[in-house]
Design a binder for this molecule. Sequence first.
Ligand code: PEP
Ligand code: MG
Length: 762
Amino acid sequence: MQRRGDEPRALTSEPALRVIMRRLREIMSQPGDGQERLNKIVKQIAGVMVAEVCSIYLKRQDGSLELFASEGLNPDAVHVVRMKRGEGLVGRCAELNITVNEPEASSHPSFSYRPETGEEIYHSLLAVPIARSGQVLGVLVVQNRTQKEYSDEDVEVLQATAMVVAEHLVSGAVAGAGTAIEIERSLSTVIQGERMAEGIALGHVVLHEPRIVVTHLMAEDPEAELLRLETAIASLRASLDEMFDHEHLSAAGEHRDVLEAYRMFAHDKGWERRLREAVDGGLTAEAAVERVQNSIRARMLRQNDAYWRERQRDLDDLSDRLLRILAGRITSADEPSALPPDTILVARTMGPAELLDYDRRRLRGLIVEDGSGQSHVAIVAKALGIAAVGQARGIVERVSAGDAAIVDAMSGQVHLRPSSDVIAAYSDKVRFLARRQRQYRALRDVPAVTRDGVKVNLNINAGLLVDMPHLKDAGADGVGLFRTELLFMLSNSLPKVERQADSYRAILARADGRPVVFRTLDIGGDKVLHYLRQPKEENPAMGWRAVRMGLDRPALLRTQVRALLRAAAGQELRIMIPMVSSAAEMDAVHALISKEREILMQRGHELPEKLLVGAMIEVPCLLFELDELMPRVDFVSVGSNDMMQFLFAADRTNARVGSRFDPLTPAPLRALKMLAQTTQKHGVPLTLCGEMAGRPIEAMALIALGFRSLSMAPASIGPVKSMILSLDTTRVSKLVDELVVAGVQNIREHLDTFAKSEGVDV
Ligand code: PEP
Ligand code: MG
């Protein structure tokens, strides 16, 4: 087999990339229609790359690839041969948006033989996607008789040519090409994605930092180009520094880390060197940015790991910023670009700091092609109250800026260019929701007391500093669950004591005297810290997580406890331990906390004025050790999300079984009733902070069982309070008691009927 570099080049004195760029420019400046130009391009490429075959395949509306031009294959096959979506190596290249470099193409499992092309005599094949803004328009292929692996330089030449071809196609010059995109972009479409942040939004599409289209590829004056590149890099670094120091971001401690990652990348010497080399090779600064981005991305994509995916986002973001600077279109955090008042932001990928770049007042919805409910941007979208849908496959390909769109983050659907009927239906829904929200806001300062005078404590669940204003806005009594792991998830390294203490202090300050229950780190399951080595587990939800990890790695838990104790100096501190499985574990936790208190005392630090330590009831076996647990805790809180998944043995993240079992059935209600009675007997305060607390009908059942404190998403406080104000606890307790004792299966229906007949607002 011939290896790279063995074959003589047609022109060795000048880099092939430069030669091809010059030739392509000549072709583009000469008269001729689009097809003629494609024919000339394939001929030139074949010549420069010493390839027997060079072909262009373009995507049709149905996703198939049509042979549009070829040098070397049977001319009769042009416009006749079509590869089905994903068929053959060419289809694979288009479908996965990857470069295919095969010394012996016919032995590849994906190879598809087409006798009409006469290609059986060619062995090696190099295929690169013809893509623009991540959207694959076709495939550019070269083939040779010899068995050889194409060199990096060959790949580079072909990729650069593919960029030129893509521009040519998008300009509409090639008749019959691009129809797939155009037709699709005028029809109304529904895309099923996944909910990232609840809500419904109607508005108009703004493409997240629309990609600067690089049209000018070949530099006229390489030295001047290098200067442009250097100036742009310096400006990029300066703008990141400015953004980093921007007041509202520096206040939000957790976002600083995300920006730090960008900053580190922007200062990366390797990245800068590669950009310079590409400009030295004859590319414009813009083309260099795109080339380097594509080649680093191809390498990162091979690393199938969350850390590298995040770094890839950093790279994409930085490259886009650099392109905007080169095009003179830089925006900064101070000057949000002019957005329509009903912006629906559409992005291929987005980091949390990028979302914060936008003017919140104009944002209605967010659609991200690769986002998920657990992603960092989802956390920020929730905190900002923006309806967001992720996993919206192909969205960027299918929208144009200014298109009407509806984000239905209740069902995870995105309606593009919706019909007037759909718009009318959703407008009604939104008006209804807004009216309800106004009614709930009016209840903000009304205490949550039932008709028969029972006060119910309503708290919010939080996890970021940006959640804290909700405490007052919702009129909540406190933070019943502060998920501290979110701070850790948004950080790029394990936050040190001081960093953590600063964050906790800021949270306590924003709580303004209302109690905050800090839950210690609950990592494991679906929550991963890339900088912490965690073993791969078969069942991570039941694995080495939360307090189990905390006790095995005491340094981690001790650091957090120390930071909490210091942050709450002179105040009340509430610490809650997740995933406690036995009363004895609380002894170990108390020992650890006492040790930290002693150390701080010895060092002369002021301690919290009062310390309350509680346990989450999530592991079912703890239900059978309550009498031992109660003397060891100051409070308990039911993590019903986990408790239900373990009681029913139904994975909460698995859509098939996650909502298969109803908590409003006898078994879980009996468990909760027993818990309420036992805590009452011991005089230990009880809360429930899982999702069920925020659903009015479930909350009604919990109050019936004896719960007097609930913690939920801030948006649920209004609906739950409204239910409480219209409820008579004596009557509902009697009903639920009877239903649970009798083992009635459809308790939910009975509760619905009760609410209707009693006028309870559920
Ligand atoms: C729960 O399990 O109910 C809970 C509140 O914790 P998390 O959802 O963070 O696991
Ligand atoms: Mg939990």
